[in-house]
Ligand binder design. Sequence first.
Ligand code: ATP
Length: 342
Amino acid sequence: MTELKLQSLKKTYGSVAALAGVGLTVPSGSRTAIVGPSGCGKTTLLRLIAGFDTPDDGTIAFDGETVASFEEQVPAHRRNVGIVAQDGCLFPHLTVADNIGFGMKADRATKLAKASELMEMVGLDRAMLSRKPDELSGGQQQRVALARALACRPRLMLLDEPFSALDTGLRAATRKAVSEVLSAAGITTILVTHDQAEALAFADQLAVMRAGNFSQVGAPRQVYARPVDAETAMFLGEAIVLPAVVGQGRADTPLGSLAVDDASYTGKTQVMLRPEQMTLQQSDTGAAVIGEMVFSGSTCEVLVTLEGEGGPSFRLDIPSLSPLASGDRVAISVSGAAHLFR
Ligand code: ATP
């Protein structure tokens, strides 16, 4: 098990600051998910950790031992970092067994025995060892890629969008399998993903990245419920941001008076609600109106607009069996406290 520590990491390409002083600690044996918009620096960060590129400034340390800084650079092949990328990157001309054994320093029989053991670990049939990658499904290929990355007993595992090429059902099953294997092996892991639900489900620690730096790092539930700003909030799911005048633990908002999660603040600001805090009820005297409705199976996404000039609109999922219809007037009740942005 290895603790990963990044301090003030900087990397500039021409005039673009891909990393602008990134700091992060990934505790030994834990899992951190990095999410952020396209171009914010996620891949650059993984490349520096793996040793494929060098930082302009700052340090990377594995268990307190510096592996990269401006002065020194431990080469990639000596860092012992496992990587699983989006398309698995298996060698197409090699069998599954040879793919898994590729980086191992052992005789053929030992490699085969180890490959066989790893196949069981990632939940694949040993009979597949003699197949070529194109004879496997996408999910099976990703599991082989994980087995190959595990074969070298890595100190650290970097997962770069490893499930994004898989369809929804397979994606959830493969993620669960990978998650269980990594937990059992106790390997410190970083997952980069565009999928916020995947990040929230997978990680012990969530790091939200924006323009070369982290806007927030914390436990997934904490970052989701108490984001530092509206942009971070919206990156993790639907967020209803309302103007507010706050005092004595309550906020005056277009939705009426709401309890807030920060009683020490007084003044004008914005507060946020998550859609699951809101319930709609048909009411002739309600302050909101239902607009467009989009049916998507078990739920229906509805557009809710608050009355009044420029009244805010937001989208909520309601059960598709709900009797609410487009044009209905509704009252909105809120559970729990609104989150206050300072
Ligand atoms: P995505 O989610 O789209 O993969 P990302 O968050 O991984 O994006 P990076 O690939 O790390 O983003 O890129 C960060 C920034 O650095 C971008 O503006 C990108 O154009 C720039 N960049 C990355 N690599 C290079 C390079 N080799 N030369 C020039 N610019 C680069």
